[in-house]
Design a protein around this ligand. Sequence first.
Ligand SMILES: Cc1cc2nc3c(=O)[nH]c(=O)nc-3n(C[C@H](O)[C@H](O)[C@H](O)COP(=O)(O)OP(=O)(O)OC[C@H]3O[C@@H](n4cnc5c(N)ncnc54)[C@H](O)[C@@H]3O)c2cc1C
Length: 330
Amino acid sequence: MGIGVAGGYLLGRLKNEHEVVGFERSTQENHDSICAWGTTRGPMQEFAKKCNLDFNDYVIHDGKNMYIDMNSDRFNIKLMGLCTYDKIGLIKDMSKGCKINYGITPKLTDLESEFDLIIDATGFYRMYLPRLSQDFHLPTYQYKIEYEDKVPFDDFYLKPFSSISGYFWYFPLGEKHAHIGAGDKNRKHVEVTDAFFKKYGGKILKTVGRPIRLATPDMCEPFYHGKVVGVGESIGTVYPLLGEGIIPSMTCADIFIENIGNNERYRQQVLEKFAIYSKVLAFVRNKMDSKFSTIKHFADLIAIYRYMKKNERRFGMEIKMTDMMKVAKA
Ligand SMILES: Cc1cc2nc3c(=O)[nH]c(=O)nc-3n(C[C@H](O)[C@H](O)[C@H](O)COP(=O)(O)OP(=O)(O)OC[C@H]3O[C@@H](n4cnc5c(N)ncnc54)[C@H](O)[C@@H]3O)c2cc1C
């Protein structure tokens, strides 16, 4: 259920050994992926390979540098694999050859009578699993822009909001296009995106928006209920500091595949794999609520730094403690 990044990847991985059928709420013509399409080459190459595809065929822009604009403090982060890619193109190619029913949202009872296993990969909507008692999400808003000649930035640009209540992003999509958008707990996301658009112009090709779940997997139980098992953002696999959900959702799909038929082991492995996300979310929420203290929360900050430093290639950017401190002090 849901042919996003997790659903599409699962179809691609399972189609040769299982009888899999996809259901997608959007019509085939409107099927797209509401996302800025930013990800990291290395891990994506591995996922694509498992579906007999080459990720290089989908890369649109190879990042070298990310401009961070914190008003008084501007700095650059060296990129090591961060790129934008044709996300919907890869989803479609991964699921090629599978039967997909577009434009419908079947009732759970109808699905239960027809299928052995129902995968809730509906992302934020989590349509087929029980509602969450302590969800946490941010509203987002985004334009796909076409520029006539000069683009505002030649590479990735981020502008965090004060006390990290969210951020504005500019993600390049080749010579003339970009995704510009924002997510913000204080709901300035539309205003800030419009202000950027007003300043730099261009032609709006697409306007999208949906909440992004920042509640981490430990807050998104149950992961399974009856015949339904959740994979991806439906069970909180989004890195809360960045709002980055592509690689975590595909990682979650890999864990699911390794544990088909053993829901409890799947649950435990997901909780283990994403355990650090709770610490990261606590940092983000403390910042948002102006409760963060460098002294009181220093151990957590160091733990997040160590995790990201160890996984620099996975995040596709150089991780420096000095940059982390700038974010912590913002
Ligand atoms: C504006 C924005 C920008 C983002 N930018 C990035 C980024 O640059 N990099 C990154 O890593 N992450 C980004 N994210 C997060 C990332 O897009 C998601 O976390 C990730 O795509 C989650 O994958 P998923 O497959 O679980 O869900 P989704 O990709 O959301 O897919 C869910 C699918 O289910 C379908 N669906 C929903 N309800 C139903 C239903 N009832 N029946 C059938 N189908 C249904 C939807 O139409 C959709 O196709 C962004 C999110 C937003 C909102």
